[in-house]
Design a protein around this ligand. Structure first.
Ligand code: TRP
Ligand code: ZN
Length: 487
């Protein structure tokens, strides 16, 4: 409540500071976090540190019911704030007290707490909610794939709103405890470490913990009947892979690929530095989609990825994202090259190591397969626009940009950068501009023109992968160099 004090002189200033903010000083948090590609993704006014999701899912009906407990800190004096949710909330509490709520926009759950929330204060939000995720259409689609035995939440840039309320943007990362109750005989797969399972009254509960900061789209849930394999890496991390029991003819190739997760991750450590998380694995649900996704610690693979036999390359791609995308996340979605360019380039390095073509050969091949009038060259990987966020150019031209960088600065500096960047930005967010500055610093070269050409120009660069005079080829193989940068 506001009391205006009339105090003369200098004393006034200091006393005024102590006066509680007026109701007018409390304003609503923004309905979007401020990403120009997706203005209503995420929200303003608070920062989430932890999600605790306690869920129950019925495969027969696709009914998901749950309670989300969200720990956050306000970043302004808040009169109200939004969460992003497609399912239907039935009760909301803020700091224990019932809060008013309504829905607006595409996925906005607008919450008005009983009293304003002062800036910098810890806030606990409890949301009870339910719904059938496959029936929730946001922006005209659902990110929840139904399967014959359950369902899966895995999508990019958005998947969370179909299964839990959140500040749905990679800029606000948090840790997760995901506890899911499913009928006995069915499994629930999520990120991180499976802490425990327990069964009673015909229901089995799976308790998952993802203990490092995680972007909302990298949180995943899969319910179904899975075969699960577990192991431990040489450095003691738990490995857990899950395969739908009805992968049909793709079952063998799926296992022959995903079971090489530990090997691929170990190799990636030689290129990118220490694996950033406390568990690893992958899962292959019986979904009809074609894509794979770098869901944190436990990538999602569509069975179609294995339709032609084993595909370790896609495993390498999704694992590379654990460094480039998951530990170091985009600041805004325009920074997508920091994810896809590097994950794609890691596939070229894997190919090089496997003797299936060097990165330079693959770069030459990609360059040659896109003639100058190919629209491929009109997509700028450094800022592709939301409509081209996942265009092939972001991946392939994005990887070409890295080969061009490698040729410009030489292997020694290049691999120092590949390993240094995930350390420098671990568990945070980054922009393409920050990467360019970092590469300039490490290499001691001015790289503006190179990145303009490969990331921003909307025409085919004239000289592919040209080796600049004065940068000798490194005598060692890239792998030796990568190893020499190990800490
Ligand atoms: N990031 C994913 C990968 O390259 C690919 C991807 C793009 C995707 N858009 C998606 C996956 C939508 C699922 C849904 O590994
Ligand atoms: Zn990718």
């Amino acid at each position: 409540m506001h009391r205006r004090l009339i105090v003369p002189g200098a004393l006034a200033a200091s006393l005024l500071l102590a006066i509680p903010a007026t109701a007018a000083d409390y304003t609503p948090g923004a309905p979007g976090i401020g990403d120009p590609y997706y203005p209503d993704y995420g929200n303003g006014g608070y920062d989430v540190s932890h999600y605790d999701l306690r869920l129950k899912y019925q495969p027969a009906t696709d009914l998901l019911e749950g309670t989300a407990t969200i720990l956050a800190t306000t970043t302004q004096n808040l009169s109200r704030f939004n969460l992003d949710l497609g399912l239907k909330a039935s009760e909301v509490r803020v700091n224990g007290r019932k809060a008013a709520f309504t829905t607006s926009g595409v996925q906005e759950l607008e919450i008005t707490p009983a009293a304003g929330l002062p800036k910098g204060a810890p806030v606990t939000v409890v949301v009870k909610y339910a719904g059938k995720p496959s029936e929730v259409k946001l922006y005209g689609f659902t990110s929840w794939q139904r399967t014959p035995d359950g369902g899966v939440a895995a999508n990019e840039p958005e998947a969370a709103a179909w299964w839990f309320p959140s500040n749905d943007h990679p800029r606000d990362k948090a840790t997760y405890d995901v506890s899911v109750s499913v009928p006995d005989g069915t499994q629930a797969i999520s990120n991180g470490v499976l802490q425990s399972t327990s069964s009673k009254l015909g229901w089995t509960r799976y308790n998952w913990r993802s203990a490092k900061p995680q972007a909302t789209y990298l949180a995943t849930l899969a319910v179904g009947k899975f075969d699960i394999t577990t192991d431990t890496t040489a450095s003691g991390l738990p490995v857990l892979n899950a395969y739908s029991k009805d992968l049909g003819a793709n079952a063998g190739a799926a296992r022959a690929s995903v079971e090489r997760t530990t090997e691929a991750a170990e190799w990636l450590e030689s290129v990118f530095g220490p694996y950033p998380f406390d568990s690893l694995g992958g899962y292959v649900p019986n979904v009809p989609s074609r894509f794979a996704l770098e869901t944190q610690t436990r990538p999602f693979y569509s069975p179609r990825q294995f339709a032609n036999g084993s595909n370790v390359s896609v495993v390498v791609h999704e694992l590379a994202h654990q460094w480039y995308g998951d530990s170091v996340s985009v600041h805004g979605w325009k920074d997508i090259w920091l994810n896809e360019g590097f994950a794609s380039y890691s596939q070229w390095l894997w190919s090089e190591k496997e003797g299936e073509g060097t990165a330079q050969e693959l770069a030459d091949y990609v360059y040659a397969s896109h003639p100058a009038d190919d629209p491929f060259w009109q997509v700028a990987p450094g800022d592709p626009g939301p409509e081209n966020q996942f265009d092939g150019a972001v991946y392939d031209r994005g990887a070409l940009a890295l080969q061009a960088l490698r040729n410009e600065i030489g292997d020694r500096a290049f691999f120092k950068i590949l390993k240094g960047w995930p350390q420098k930005k671990a568990y945070g967010n980054a922009t393409v501009a920050e990467f360019v500055r970092y590469a300039e610093k490490v290499s001691g070269k001015s790289l503006g023109a190179l990145f303009d050409t490969w990331l921003y120009a909307t025409e085919r660069p004239a000289l592919p992968g040209v080796r600049v005079a004065g940068v000798p080829d490194a005598p060692e193989s890239w792998a030796d160099i990568a190893r020499s940068h190990e800490r």
